[in-house]
Design a protein around this ligand. Structure first.
Ligand code: ADP
Ligand code: MG
Length: 462
């Protein structure tokens, strides 16, 4: 019938436009490498900000004492306390997770930071007298703030812009540490921010604590970003003192990468145009958790509208932006029941589309597959770009340098088909031999622990 012909046509076109053959991924990786060089050469030299983190030493394992971390960067924020016992590792850790009321994501900086500081104060109050600090000693905090920040030092930095659905105008250009410090004071909380870190930098630090071969960190969560260890010599825009280690961690802000090579579809273009940050974070909008479900919805909407896939009228819920979230998409994609029961139930529960045929559910599953596969493969090409920049995409005879990549984020952690596809693609791209030298490890909440470790190594009491 006409319905199926049109549906098949939309599906075929989607598949064609989302195609990411290996040759294309290699070109994208090359474009990423070129942009990395440009971003390191001069401030504003590239869409890749290649931000200097002021972290020139990663954790050694000798860190000692009680430190706090606060992780703000998506739908939830976490507060964490770790007791570091030098060589014997982490003695204890406790955390609390609080969701951020949506209205605070688009309100004022004062409202957001007051809320966060109040939760942090509660967390500290609940510990009672358990953690005695020497008299006169202030508690110290690593602040993981997962938005682009122009750092002025390890413990200060101005917000460049918001991403991932946050939009608080009065904060842009302001020092986020000053704002948090003000809010903590307002709560009567005697605590100092010792380190301001991006979540990628925190994950790198947490990953390095566990494994000395960690040199890259990648986040695939609500948004996406990467950080890696660069040679200070290779950062022309760095005019500060040469670090003793000879190294500097760079926060790439890879979410803002874009290239004419990226397989953009009409769905990507519309999603971007209607987003809070049009024409920004194009790579992020193709690969990360905040957006995959929304791309999926947009394709289904077109099938409903132009092919009447779900009947003569477009189901009203399908018109609601972000109604299909990536965890739901993931559940549908992982549906292994022969009659695609999970797909059917989600269609009914979320979109109020009942009595879908198996044929329809198969199409829906295929749409998930195309979108997730494209995202995962593009993420792999980003990693290849970093490996190339570091000269770790090849092995010369006899060399055994190991490259460990610390991975984190809800998308990576829970969307198995996505993470497997990403890892397989990376393997394909670098080949068997190099693949043997590369390891991806899940650094569970590495960013929080990493921030606490960096607070320890930048303590004012050392
Ligand atoms: P954040 O990135 O906000 O700091 P997380 O790393 O926990 O937090 O990532 C949360 C994101 O991960 C969610 O916004 C969602 O997109 C994605 N996610 C969470 N659970 C799943 C899941 N089961 N399947 C697919 N994606 C998921
Ligand atoms: Mg996070």
């Amino acid at each position: 019938s006409r319905r199926w012909a049109k549906t098949a046509e939309i599906l075929r076109e989607l598949e064609e436009k989302c195609a990411t053959p290996n040759a294309k991924l290699k070109q994208i990786a090359d474009a990423m490498t070129v942009e990395m060089h440009a971003g390191l050469a001069s401030e504003g030299g590239s869409k890749l900000k290649m931000l200097i983190s002021y972290v020139d030493n990663l954790p050694t394992g000798d860190e000692e004492g009680v430190y706090y971390a606060l992780d703000l960067g998506g739908t939830n924020f976490r507060v964490l306390r770790v007791q570091l016992a030098g060589n014997s590792g982490i003695k204890s850790q406790e955390f609390a997770e609080v969701s951020i009321p949506p209205q605070l994501m688009v309100g004022t900086s004062q409202a957001l930071f007051d809320y966060i500081a109040a939760e942090l104060a509660k967390f500290v109050a609940d510990e009672g007298d358990k953690y005695h600090l020497p008299p006169g000693r202030q508690r110290e905090l690593g602040f993981t703030f997962s938005f682009p920040v122009m750092q002025l030092s390890i413990d200060s930095g101005n917000l460049i812009r918001w991403t991932k659905g946050f939009s608080i105008h009065d904060m842009v250009g302001q020092d986020v540490v000053a704002e948090l410090t003000r809010a903590m004071k307002g709560q009567g909380l005697d605590m100092r921010v010792s380190a301001l870190v991006n979540d990628t930098v925190g994950t790198l630090a947490g990953g390095r604590y566990d494994d000395k071969d960690v040199v890259i960190a990648v986040i695939l969560g609500t948004g996406s970003n990467a950080a890696y260890v660069e040679r200070a010599q290779a950062i022309p825009k760095w005019h500060g003192p040469h670090p003793k280690s000879g190294e500097m961690v760079i926060n790439m802000e890879w979410g803002n990468f874009r290239s004419s090579q990226l397989p953009l579809t009409e769905y990507d273009i519309a999603l971007d145009a209607e987003s809070l940050n049009p024409s920004e974070q194009i790579f992020e909008k193709m690969i990360s958790g905040m957006y995959l479900g929304e791309l999926f919805r947009r394709v289904l909407y077109k099938m409903a509208d132009e092919a009447a896939l779900f009947g003569d009228i477009v189901p009203p819920n399908l018109k609601t932006p972000f109604i299909l979230r990536t965890p739901e998409m993931s559940a549908m994609h992982h549906d292994t029941s022969p009659d695609l029961q999970v797909v059917g139930n989600k269609m009914k529960d979320i979109l109020e589309i009942s009595n879908t045929s198996l044929k329809t559910r198969k199409v829906v599953g295929e749409v998930c597959n195309i979108i997730a596969t494209r995202g995962a493969r593009l993420a792999a090409s980003g990693i290849l770009g970093i490996l190339r920049k570091l000269g770790r995409d090849t092995v010369t005879n006899g060399e055994t340098t190991k490259t460990v990549i610390a991975m984190d984020g809800g998308l990576y952690e829970h969307y198995t088909k996505y993470s497997e596809c990403m890892e397989n693609t990376l393997h394909e791209l670098v080949g068997d031999k190099v693949s043997d030298t590369i390891k991806l490890v899940h650094s569970n909440d590495g960013s929080g622990i990493g921030a606490a470790l960096l607070a320890a190594s930048h303590s004012r009491y050392l």
